[in-house]
Write a protein that binds this ligand. Sequence first.
Ligand SMILES: Nc1nc2c(ncn2[C@@H]2O[C@H](COP(=O)(O)OP(=O)(O)OP(=O)(O)O)[C@@H](O)[C@H]2O)c(=O)[nH]1
Ligand SMILES: [Mg+2]
Length: 202
Amino acid sequence: MSLPNKPAYTIDAVILAGGMARRMGGDDKGLVELNNQPMISHTIARLSPQVDRIMINANRNQQRYAEFGFEVFSDNDSGYLGPLAGMITAMGNTQADYLLVVPCDSPLLPTDLASRMLNTLLVADAEVVVASDGQREQPVVLLLKPSLRDSMKAFLDAGERKIDFWYAKHHYEVASFADQPEAFVNVNTPEQKQQLAKQIAQ
Ligand SMILES: Nc1nc2c(ncn2[C@@H]2O[C@H](COP(=O)(O)OP(=O)(O)OP(=O)(O)O)[C@@H](O)[C@H]2O)c(=O)[nH]1
Ligand SMILES: [Mg+2]
């Protein structure tokens, strides 16, 4: 009797949509429309074939976010402490082997993001993998072990906020996506949104 072809590891993803989006004039960035679709739905479309479960982390408009059909939760600490606050809450909300973290404002993420990040992690037996576009690390595009939650909590409790300082404390590896740097285009301002909308429409 052959066993079902189950993947060896489970991966949940969290889409961080919990920021204040000041450069977007305070509009809720995940819900801002890019080519007639909320920005987060582009990210969802990229991620859904890649992971076991998607979670949305939002500190405003939770009911609107729930309409996408995934679990929505806000930061445990609602003081807008930055992306780590969303990550730590997601780490406590997953039973998966690995957690993939992405921002809500990168609508063109790689279609092989999860598999390449996991491969990098397994080959190096790392605890954290950060994506790179070939030039720079993308500090909110991470694959990590949920068991690192205690370490992240200690870091936050010590008043630290910078993600790259946190993952530098662990065995981390960089997964290079130098072959598709445009996949990490990040929409922070109305001008960047307009520019990308034009590009997509071409
Ligand atoms: N959960 C959570 N996510 C955050 C927080 N601050 C930023 N993020 C998320 O982290 C990612 C990267 O942050 P930025 O692109 O700087 O977003 P932002 O802070 O909303 O935007 P600005 O105010 O313009 O800097 C985005 O997906 C944000 O939603 C926070 O306090 N809590
Ligand atoms: Mg951003």
